[in-house]
Each structure stands twice: as structure tokens, then as C-alpha cells.
Unconditional design. Structure first.
Length: 209
């Protein structure tokens, strides 16, 4: 199975990404841009969600409409993924949010899971993994592993910037998980950071850099 990688060329996405990358963008503005970009990218990522017919009574007559058929779960990878949740929630306020904590060991660059409170049985049919940076890909692969073991059948990854190395790792382990990004950058440096990237997305959101 060939992996699907979708890069948004929407003018608003590319404009906001340019401001997000800027080293002089302060944390408050950075957080706002992450929310806005998350909403725009999720809008595109959810274009194929299943719907079902529903009749709605308007003040004048009955309108034949459609509503989402599947329940959506948002899975932000802690901590950087937290900043994307609010943007997606504005579009889908009924979505459930499940946190998965995975950090990257600075020496091995391998993912280490430290938090997972998923219930025994999934209550959602579709999960969106949210993480601004798809760098080494280890955290994304580990999260997709967890969700598939949990029983979720449809998974998508929504991020802001990806590196070729991270995309390749996802393609190797989860070719059935589409990846939605605003950009694919050049490479990873020796510390596992995306170049040119935007720095540490968690530090820049929370002012801890």
C-alpha cells in the first residue's frame, strides 16, 4: 500500500506558516498560529469523512441535510500537540480528546511512552493524531501503534511540518495512515530537529525555550 501525503498549498496556510517559522514570533502569536493552522489543515484532512442524511426543521420548512456519521477522536501527542486541539475543536466541538504522552530520548532519538489513559474499548471510529512536527517519526509511529492496538480502524496524521525521515518511517510502519502537512522540509540535524523547521514547537508555544 502506498502512503498518502497531502501538502496544503492553500494561501492562508502558507502565509501563516511563514510567520510561524519566524524566530521573532512571540509565544502568544505562535500559539494562535498553531491553532489556526490546525483548523485549516483539519478542514482539508476531514473532507472524506462519512455523512448520513438528516432532516432539519428550519423556521420555514424541512431542510434535507447531512451530518457526520462517525465519531471523531483527537489524539494530541504531548506536549506540542496540545496547541493544535483548540483549533480542531472549533471545527468539531463534539470530538473526544485522548492524550498520549510520548517523548523522544535525546540520546537515542527513540520514542518513550509515559502517558496513556485510553479506555478499554474505543468510542470513536476516526482518530486524528495531532503533532506540529513529524521529525524522526518515532512518536507518530508509536501513537499509531497504540491506536491500532486499541481498535481504531481509520487514522490520520495532521501536522504542520514534516521531514523526509519521519515520512519514510511512517510509510514503513503505517502506509495506511494519510499524512496532512503544511510543508515538507529538507532534513533532520544531528539532534533530530527539522531543518529549516521552526525550532522546538513545544518550547515556542509554552515559552520554555
Amino acid at each position: 500500500m502506498e502512503m498518502t501525503v497531502i501538502i496544503s498549498n492553500h494561501p492562508l496556510v502558507q502565509h501563516k506558516l511563514s510567520i510561524l517559522r519566524n524566530v521573532n514570533t512571540e509565544p502568544k502569536k505562535f500559539r494562535q498560529l498553531v491553532r489556526e493552522l490546525a483548523a485549516l489543515l483539519t478542514y482539508e484532512a476531514t473532507s472524506d469523512l462519512a455523512t448520513t442524511p438528516v432532516d432539519v426543521q428550519t423556521p420555514l420548512a424541512v431542510a434535507h441535510c447531512r451530518e457526520l456519521k462517525e465519531k471523531i477522536g483527537l489524539v494530541p501527542i504531548l506536549r506540542a500537540g496540545l496547541g493544535m486541539v483548540e483549533g480542531v475543536w472549533e471545527l468539531m466541538p463534539s470530538s473526544e480528546v485522548w492524550h498520549i504522552g510520548v517523548y523522544r530520548d535525546e540520546k537515542t532519538l527513540k520514542p518513550v511512552q509515559y502517558y496513556n489513559k485510553l479506555p478499554v474499548e474505543p468510542r470513536v471510529q476516526v482518530c486524528l493524531i495531532l503533532d506540529p512536527m513529524l521529525a524522526t517519526g518515532g512518536s507518530a509511529v508509536a501513537t499509531a501503534d497504540i491506536l491500532k492496538t486499541w481498535g481504531v480502524k481509520k487514522i490520520k496524521f495532521v501536522g504542520l511540518i514534516g521531514a523526509p525521515e519521519g515520512i519514510a518511517l511512517m510509510e514503513k510502519h503505517h502506509p495506511d495512515v494519510p499524512i496532512h502537512l503544511a510543508a515538507i522540509d529538507d532534513h533532520l540535524n544531528e539532534k533530530g530537529y527539522i531543518v529549516p523547521g521552526l525550532g522546538d514547537a513545544g518550547d515556542r508555544q509554552f515559552g520554555t525555550g
